[in-house]
Design a binder for this molecule. Structure first.
Ligand SMILES: O=C(O)CCC(=O)C(=O)O
Length: 255
């Protein structure tokens, strides 16, 4: 179990259940952040030259390859960064995940959200479960979105609609290729949305039903983040990449 200093308090847990999300400042050390940033140097250029096996990229400006290619989302980020691979299975993170998800923890996926300076585009209002529902799973998953750069309203920080998870899965529209599912209004300003600016190294945990989105990055600062999505082991066929903790898993290593 987490130490008292690190564990989520009763009040934090109550807030998570009420609002659907919870911030943890300084989830990782500055040194770990430096390692992650080092792994990601020139990532846009390297991935434009060729993708490592198992890595999937959605690009900004998908339709015009003559435009300088910028990654919007890179799926299976643990394959391009040893420091992120370590984070996915870090005991102190799994301890926090265990408080929110329970003891049977698997990796659902780990993805980079690059929101590049001046080029990162909007992510419309959506619930993640609109992508993840398969008919044989339940909305039990948990995201841990860690900021690699400071996120601010100017560079497109995440915005949440507190309490929206309690309404269940809403009807989404579908159009386009990347972040193609969205709620009515696409990304019209919402009076019930709250910006969640975070310092680099801090993270927000949220479930798959909370409504969220983020604006375009119109600033000169990148707004890179990584989302590690965990699932309850056994929640759906094909619902896990790797078992990380639980009765038959290992405490902090891969399965
Ligand atoms: O990059 C962002 O700001 C939003 C990402 C997001 O909403 C998601 O991955 O579900």
């Amino acid at each position: 179990m987490p130490t008292l200093k690190e564990a989520f308090s009763e009040q934090e847990l109550a807030r998570f259940h009420e609002q659907g999300y919870l911030v943890r400042e300084d989830l990782i050390s500055p040194e770990w952040l430096v390692e992650i940033r080092r792994d990601l140097e020139d990532l846009h250029e390297r991935m434009a030259e060729g993708l490592p096996e198992g890595v999937h990229v959605s690009w900004e400006h998908e339709v015009d390859p003559s435009i300088r290619r910028r990654i919007k989302q890179l799926m299976h980020a643990e394959l391009v960064s040893p420091a992120l691979d370590r984070l996915v299975r870090a005991p102190h993170l799994l301890d926090l995940v265990e408080q929110l998800l329970g003891p049977e923890i698997s990796l659902f996926h780990c993805k980079l959200l690059m929101k590049a300076a001046r080029e990162g585009t909007v992510t419309p209002w959506h619930q993640d479960y609109s992508y993840w529902t398969t008919g044989d799973n339940r909305p039990l998953m948990l995201n841990c979105m860690l900021q690699i750069d400071d996120s601010t309203p100017e560079n497109g920080c995440l915005q949440m609609v507190p309490g929206s998870h309690r309404a269940g899965l809403m009807e989404h529209r579908q159009e386009g290729q990347v972040f193609s599912r969205f709620l009515p209004g696409y990304f019209q300003p919402r009076a019930d949305a709250v910006p969640v600016p975070l310092r680099a190294g801090s993270a927000v945990f949220f479930g798959p039903l909370v409504v969220h989105g983020s604006d375009a990055n119109r600033s000169a600062q990148d707004r890179r983040a990584v989302t590690i999505a965990y699932n309850v082991t056994g929640n759906a066929t094909g619902g896990t990449r790797e078992r990380l903790r639980g009765a038959e898993g290992t405490k902090s290593g891969g399965a």
